[in-house]
Ligand binder design. Sequence first.
Ligand code: ZN
Length: 280
Amino acid sequence: MKASKTARPRPRPQTKPTHEPTLVLPSIAWVGRSGWGGLPPLTDGAGANIWLLRGTEFDVLIDCGSESGNPLRLNRRLRAVGSARHRIGEIWLTHSHTDHSGGALRWQERYPRLRCRLAEIGCDFLQRGDLRLTGVAMDPHSRFIPPRRPIPVREGEVLLCPPWKLTVVALPGHAPDCVGYRGEVDGWDVMFTGDAIIGDQGKVRGNVGWLDGLWLSDAPLYERMLAAATRHPPEVMLPGHGVPHAGATVRRSLRNCLWRLKQVNAIPSAPSMFPFYRNT
Ligand SMILES: [Zn+2]
């Protein structure tokens, strides 16, 4: 673990899942997840991890799950970590997949001034009624109502949740609209990574987001993105599914994700076998 820049000791990240919401750091809480990976579920259905970033003026949700994003259902969990649904000023989506973004409209209906942010390419798809990036076409029974007027974010843009400032990082490969949010929180260099970098989870090393041509996965681009991320690892990584990582497990997870994509891309004549393979 790196020494703090200041004399004050840094709080140690809590990465163990329990049956209750977890304060990973004083300003970051794990308030929602499905039973993905055998973890004790906090929310119903198939929703992704829902992270809470606590600010002084308002709080932010990073991803909001699917049905589990229902504000009424999440309120008890928010209160357990010192927040409340009326404090949620913004939702920052890591990508359009419905298990991450499907609950956003519920929040907007309840709190019309709430701002919902999504990568520019995801906004473009939704605006023209193209739902490929949401993943709903995988399941004929699933329904997706897109967020209302999502605000596009771009690589390098700085988002504020005072006193915290996080930078938008493009993490394409799983889907073209995958972004991370990275910045210093409670003295740690943290990054919310969505499905782009899930990392080591249980017995599986280097979990990555599913590859599928339906949502325009790009395996070679994914590998290049992971190679770059491995060169500049954050200290704390908060993925869209599974447990968060801190310190050495961040670096190991990144190396293993890169190893996994290298394996995929090393398959001879892969473009003839996989619909997701794009020869970029
Ligand atoms: Zn996804």
